[in-house]
Design a binder for this molecule. Structure first.
Ligand code: HEC
Ligand code: HEC
Length: 220
């Protein structure tokens, strides 16, 4: 593993010699620091290893803590997963509208306040350091196959204009402001977290992008 410094993240990063670049953030939901390290692979990542990383990424992106906000043009947030019972659209007839933040009906922020405080209360509306909203409709993951989500995530036309490095930096930035990915791995309120840790997800994204963002079809 060799260190890689990302200088645009001026706040709170320290170099850890051979370990990589560590990003230090404020207190996590449980009061601890969220320290992410970008472990840049020293050797080429094989197609096989890249595809294995993608499979793990897909278990994260298809988990309800992520996909419930990454929904289609019906603009419905979803309630699903072991802590929600049967999969269904958000209660109370909530619809995010084309704005994806509920401008058309009731703002998500009416209930989902912006706060980095811990999400401790069961059945309370979750909150993060970023205003709550659905992901843009192009990032539709709910109920989608691995191949479909992979094709979307590597397509700059449909992923917010990001290349591989940008996708990695998106995760670092999320941890800095305690936004949605950070919440997905530590949702609180008795909700089942996305599988693995945020560090493991970052490692997988680094490996997958280093391998050239292969999708299952490329392995056939
Ligand atoms: C509260 C709703 C919400 C949740 C929960 C959420 N996201 Fe998102 N996501 C968004 C929004 C909004 C954007 C658009 C922000 C941007 O592009 O900068 C986004 C964008 C993204 C992107 C970049 C674009 C793309 O699709 O390629 C990735 C990657 C991503 N989210 C991953 C995740 C992962 C992984 C989780 C779960 C651990 C998650 N998100 C949970 C709302 C959410
Ligand atoms: C009237 C209050 C209210 C409004 C407005 C509201 N929500 Fe919620 N939302 C809640 C509550 C309460 C929960 C938690 C339900 C539970 O845990 O039983 C929740 C949960 C969620 C979840 C589930 C998160 C998970 O764990 O997977 C998503 C996604 C969500 N809301 C998205 C939205 C979006 C997007 C908007 C705006 C379009 C919105 N909500 C507007 C009250 C609201």
């Amino acid at each position: 593993m060799k260190p890689r410094s990302i200088s645009i993240f001026a706040i709170g990063f320290l170099l850890l010699g051979a370990a990589g670049t560590a990003f230090s953030h404020g207190p996590g939901d449980d009061g601890s620091q969220i320290d992410l390290v970008v472990n840049t692979p020293e050797e080429d990542v094989t197609l096989e290893a890249g595809l294995a990383a993608w499979d793990r990424i897909y278990t994260v992106t298809s988990h309800p803590r992520c996909s419930n906000c990454h929904t289609d043009e019906r603009n419905e947030p979803m309630w699903s997963g072991p802590s929600y019972g049967k999969t269904r659209p958000h209660g109370m007839n909530i619809n995010a509208g084309d704005s994806r933040i509920g401008v058309e009906t009731i703002f998500c922020s009416t209930c989902h306040v912006q706060s980095t405080a811990p999400n401790t209360v069961r059945h309370a509306a979750p909150h993060t350091g970023h205003p709550w909203m659905l992901a843009p409709v192009e990032f539709n993951w709910f109920g989608q196959t691995s191949e479909t989500v992979c094709a979307q995530m590597r397509d700059p036309e449909r992923n917010g204009g990001r290349n591989g490095d940008d996708l990695v930096e998106h995760i670092i930035h999320d941890a800095e402001i305690k936004a949605f990915i950070t919440w997905g791995f530590n949702p609180g309120g008795g909700r089942e977290p996305a599988p693995g840790t945020m560090q493991e997800h970052l490692d997988d994204m680094v490996a997958w992008t280093a391998a050239g963002m292969p999708c299952p079809v490329d392995g056939d």
